[in-house]
Structure formats: C-alpha cells, structure tokens
Design a protein around this ligand. Sequence first.
Ligand SMILES: O=P(O)(O)O[C@@H]1[C@@H](OP(=O)(O)O)[C@H](OP(=O)(O)O)[C@H](O)[C@H](OP(=O)(O)O)[C@H]1OP(=O)(O)O
Ligand SMILES: Nc1ncnc2c1ncn2[C@@H]1O[C@H](COP(=O)(O)OP(=O)(O)OP(=O)(O)O)[C@@H](O)[C@H]1O
Length: 445
Amino acid sequence: MAAHVTNTLPDHWKYVSEGGATIVFSYFGPSNPQFDGTVLRLRKTLATSVEESSFVENTTDGEQDDPMLEFQHKCMERLIPVEHLPRLEPVHIDRTWLESLAALRDAERPEDRRRRDRIDVTRTKGILATDLVGGDWVAVEIKPKWAFLPNPAHLSDATRSIKMQTCRFCMHSAMKARAGDAVPLGYCPLDLFSGDETRIRTAIYGLWAAWDESKGTVNNLKIFVRGRKITRDEASLILSSDVDAAMSTEDIREHFTAALLPLLLDTPVLLTLSKIQRTLDPLDIEGLSHLWRLRETTSPPSTHAALGTDEPRDEPHTAAPIDVSSLVLTSPEPTTSDWIDFLDTYLSETIPQLDHTYPDLDNLRYYLLAYLLSATFKDCSIIVRLERLRPETLAQAVKPEYVTVIDLDPKAMSRLRKWEKLDHEIVTSYAAVADNRKICIDSRG
Ligand SMILES: O=P(O)(O)O[C@@H]1[C@@H](OP(=O)(O)O)[C@H](OP(=O)(O)O)[C@H](O)[C@H](OP(=O)(O)O)[C@H]1OP(=O)(O)O
Ligand SMILES: Nc1ncnc2c1ncn2[C@@H]1O[C@H](COP(=O)(O)OP(=O)(O)OP(=O)(O)O)[C@@H](O)[C@H]1O
C-alpha cells in the first residue's frame, strides 16, 4: 500500500535539486519510519502548460503509478545490479499539498528552471526514493554523458572524420559554449570511462574546474553535504569538521580527487554504463535514421537494408522531412512488456550475431528500442558517497552501494526526431571549428 505524503507537512520537505523532467525534495521532519532517509521525486510540467490532469485515473488505486517504477523494477534491475540503484516506491500526493510545497520552495529553484517549468500539481502519485545525498557524508553527483565514439560504419562522408575524432559530449559542449552557456570544456567523458587512473584524474579535474568556474551551476558535477548542494565558496564543507577549513581551493580539490578517484577506478558501474550505451547504439543516429527512412520508402520492406553499402543516400537534413504521420516515429511508445521482450533479446545470445554493418530492416524496431534505451544511459547520473574528507585518511573501502545510478527514466520514441536534428546541428557546428579540434580517445572501443 503506497504511503501518503499528505500525512506530512510540506515544510518538512526541503529542496534538493532538479533535472529537465523531475524535481526532488528530501524529508527532514519529525522521525517517521515511512519517510526518514527518503526523497520525494515529482514530475514537472512546462510553466506555460494548461493545468489539466495529465494522467488517466484507471486503476482502483486512482492514478497509475509512475511508469518509471515498473521500468526500474522490471527492466533496469536486469542491467544494473540492485545494490547500485536507489529503492523506489509509489507515494500518494494531492494538489493542495503540492501547491503548498511549490509556494514554499519555488524561490530556492534556479531562475532558469523556474522560468521554464514547475511542479505538475495535477499528479496524485509521486515517487519515494532512498535519499542518496542527505546523510553526514559528501555526495558527489556526476552526469557522465556519452561514453563512446560511434561505430563509423554508418556515418556519412561529411561527418565521419569529425565524429571519429571528437566525442559527442565535447562537440555539444563546444556548441553550447559558443551560445554563451557554462559548460565543462575541460571534461571529456571518454576520460572518465577509460578505466585509466591518469585519465580519470583528468576527468575529475575537468569537472571540478567547471563546477568552480560556473559557481556550481553545470549539471555534470554536483556536490552535496548533508543534503544541500554546495557551491565553490562552500567547498571547505566537504572537509571533516576537525580539518583546517582555511585550506586553499586547490588543496581541497586534491583531497577531493584523492578520495573520489579510487572509488571511480574500483566500481564496476562506469564500465557497465559504457558497455550498455555502446552496445545499444551500434548504428549511430545517422544509421538509425537511414534505416527508418528506408522502412518508410520500401514497400514491401526489403529484408536487407542498403546500409553499409556504397549506395548513395540522403543526409538527414537534405532528405524530405518525415512528417508527423511517419509510421516509424509515431509507432506506439514501448510498453513495459515491450521492454521486457526487448531485454530478453538484448541479453540473449542472439544479439552478438546481428550484423550491425548490414542491419536487417526487419530488425528496425529492435534498433529503435535499443537507441531509446541507450539514450537513457547517456543521460543518467551516478551518485558517489564519500566520507567527509580528512587528508590523512586511508583510501575509503568501496561498498557497492556507495556508487548509485539515478535517473534511469525511459525516453520516448517521439525524441528520435529531436536527436536526429540535434546530431546534425552539433556536427555541423563542430565542422566550422577550424583550429584545435579536440581529440577524444575511446580506449574501450
Ligand atoms: O540531448 P542532451 O544530450 O542535451 O541531453 C538532455 C540534457 O541536457 P544536457 O546536455 O545533459 O545538459 C537535459 O539535461 P538538463 O535539463 O540540461 O539538465 C535533460 O537530461 C534531457 O532529458 P529529459 O528532457 O530530462 O528527459 C536530455 O535530453 P535527451 O537527449 O535525453 O533527450
Ligand atoms: N534518490 C535521490 N537522492 C538524492 N537526490 C536525488 C535522488 N534522485 C535524484 N536526486 C537529485 O535530483 C536531481 C534531479 O533528479 P533526476 O536526475 O532524476 O531528474 P531528471 O529531471 O530526470 O534529470 P535529467 O534532466 O538529467 O534527465 C538529480 O540531479 C539529483 O541531484
């Protein structure tokens, strides 16, 4: 039976953080076994959206549970060991309670997020999750992003040399930097995922520098102490209370790196994430979009796509745009049962036998679902738990539950068009960079 958050006061939930789709609050009210050590994860809606209930009341229990719950239990737990996942459960909420919470906490939200979106007060269910940042420890949240360079087989002549030299994250960061956004230009995910000590250190420095320069606003590194996201001016809070807090920021960074590095080297989580991302995206969005265009134009579908051959093909941006009636892109969003079937195939012996250089058009649905799932892993975050830092402390013992993966929500099929367009923008923008193009090394490829 789901708990009722409405039995607690909104004042007893403090703002933790938020992403593009959800906002998170942690419980700090009077001791309550249902809520102690938990966070409340709520869906957001566009600031401009009309307030209509977005969820169908079709269960005896009222609104359906957030599909994320079933997705995590039935799908994600097959890919990521449960000790690396937060415990999630449904919880009842209501409009009056949510409106009070929003009124209390809205001022603490970042200005740009507040302009864009707000809590969806029409929901009657939220998610209660293990609070990974709230104890007397330092919680380091890293959003690593894309772990690999693409398979060159399906890249066009115009993009191949660019995409094989610079990773998607670094190209995207360069594009965002030109638009004036604060981005971690010194961080490359391929360093973080390399498994190599020197490169992981470089990645941590890159994340730290961006955190420092952006005053903690970049989303690739967040640092929490006792449940509160800290800024660079508060960096000394990551030190144990008996350590000299007057230490320079550089020294704090060194201690931070010395504590974090062994955990990142030791945990199997980074390797798992990179393997999943790579194996679920063997065609790149270019190859995938070519495959779905073939499906739209081939009738009856041929059994073998022309991918991987020398046959000339339209680039996504020059091909006739697929309108909203596209059979492929409007095909039904996968249900949990579709995801389970997909995972049965993905985790079976069959997949290594698929020839991704000559993908079969009959496997289009497999490749679409694979890409969606890969996108979830390209956008998730990890939270690493460190003891408050003490320079002389020996390396911390690594317990599996000290590295947790969050934000494993499924992505929608309707995103494919956005990803195709964004990919084109990113690579076109990077093609215009004349000097000092970044060279990213994919050591797991
Ligand atoms: O496309 P990207 O790589 O920019 O990723 C988006 C993220 O931007 P980032 O580059 O990490 O700052 C973006 O993050 P922010 O909102 O910028 O913190 C979201 O995670 C978005 O996913 P969703 O809309 O929440 O489902 C992410 O969108 P999807 O790619 O997952 O659709
Ligand atoms: N279990 C948790 N414990 C503590 N904090 C959490 C937990 N889950 C999420 N958070 C915090 O809330 C933020 C938003 O959560 P999450 O990343 O799941 O949202 P999202 O909207 O799906 O993000 P994105 O835009 O990256 O897709 C996280 O970045 C993290 O700081």
